[in-house]
Ligand binder design. Structure first.
Ligand code: SAH
Length: 360
């Protein structure tokens, strides 16, 4: 069965024609699903009984099953654990910040990058998500917010996985998320974060998209980077930064570099100075993220003073820097730190069905 969330309007139309139906039904169905937030064929009253039956056996409306929802104690994040059709699990995080409602989506089950400080890549890559599975994470959270009169405003590809190792599905999902007939998200409110897959950055530069691109830099030189990011052996820092700069020039967008500060590894004042030189001709902001402890890893986050000192050196060197307090720490829901801490058995025990009310 084809999942409606993962295919374009033209693809829906093709399917409809094969079913002997008129192509205008595509808009009609999308309107029910996205505008009226109806996910049962039975409720689509302008389709006759036979059509509803036919569509129900041809198009899937929901494939993710919500097995767990958890709010952080500070109320600033909510974590969603989803079971996929094959029993695999992925997570998404909803981050509340002022009027913003940001969904941090996963693009893969597991991750091939296996960064030393990240929980998501511990088991390596398990499988890619489909465009439908990516879009559905946002769609269902939008549903969840709809009940409170709110909606998703931003999407960041900072959950499990390396987006550029699932390039086609990630780009397709972005096109579907910005489709005016669907969630109609603004491109500028979508952010893709990469560990530095050069072919991916280059391809992304050529897309006609105005989406933000973030590089997980984490080190001021190739030597340190290789120590904490195995993927750094595949692509040199020099070629990655050149690709980022080309992206910025072509798209006229400023760049963001993520820098996870780990005590004794990449947080020394000299390293901040090296970073100033490295990024000297980049129109960028460096996002400093204190390492968030991951169970089983013997790494620690630097003291606040050390982070401040690092930040000051960057600023004195003319580089914009932000220090983001990591939200949702108590439920390990910080973006980029998604790992499955619960076996499916535990998850099912606490199972919460996402109740979606059909509106006519
Ligand atoms: N594969 C993509 C998306 C990863 S997640 C990428 O590498 O960019 C988003 C960010 O969270 C990345 O910068 C990642 O390196 C960072 N991150 C992962 N684990 C972390 C941890 N334990 N503490 C702080 N940041 C972490």
């Amino acid at each position: 069965m084809i999942n409606l969330h993962g295919i374009t309007e033209d693809e829906i139309k093709e399917e409809l024609l094969q079913l002997g139906e008129k192509s205008f039904r595509a808009q009609q169905i999308l309107k029910w699903v996205y505008e009226k937030k109806v996910i049962e064929w039975e409720a689509m009253t302008d389709l006759n009984k036979e059509q509803r039956k036919k569509f129900a056996s041809s198009f899937q409306l929901i494939s993710l099953k919500l097995v767990r929802v958890q709010d952080s104690k500070d109320g600033e994040t909510t974590k969603f654990l989803w079971e996929l059709f094959d029993g695999k699990l992925v997570e998404s995080v909803l981050i509340y910040s002022g009027d913003r409602r940001t969904v941090c989506v996963s693009s893969q089950v597991g991750c091939p990058a296996r960064c030393a400080f990240c929980a998501s890549g511990k088991e390596g890559l398990i499988r890619n998500l489909t465009s439908a599975e990516i879009v559905e994470q946002v769609y269902l959270i939008d549903h969840f917010l709809h009940e409170k009169g709110q909606r998703v405003s931003h999407v960041v590809f900072m959950g499990m996985g390396e987006p550029f190792e699932n390039y086609d599905m990630v780009v397709k999902s972005i096109r579907l998320l910005i489709d005016p007939q669907r969630l109609n998200l603004s491109q500028r409110r979508i952010t893709v974060s990469t560990v530095g897959v050069v072919e991916g950055i280059d391809r992304f530069t050529e897309e006609d998209l105005k989406v933000n691109l973030v590089l997980s830099l984490h080190a001021p030189n190739q030597r340190i980077r290789q120590k904490i990011i195995p993927y750094a052996r595949k692509y040199s820092l020099e070629e990655i930064l050149a690709a980022m700069l080309s992206f910025s020039k072509k798209t006229h967008r400023d760049l963001t570099y993520e820098y996870t500060l780990i005590a004794g590894i990449n947080d020394a004042p000299e390293q901040a100075e090296e970073l100033v030189h490295l990024l000297n001709d980049h129109p960028c902001t460096v996002n400093l993220i204190p390492y968030n402890p991951v169970v089983g890893l013997r790494l620690s986050r630097p003291e606040g003073e050390r982070i401040e000192a690092f930040k000051s050196i960057l600023e004195e060197g003319g580089i914009k820097a932000t220090w983001r307090y990591t939200k949702g720490k108590d439920i390990a829901a910080a973006c980029g730190q998604l790992a499955l801490q619960h076996s499916l058995k535990t998850a099912r025990k606490n199972s919460t069905e996402l109740v979606i009310i059909s509106k006519n």
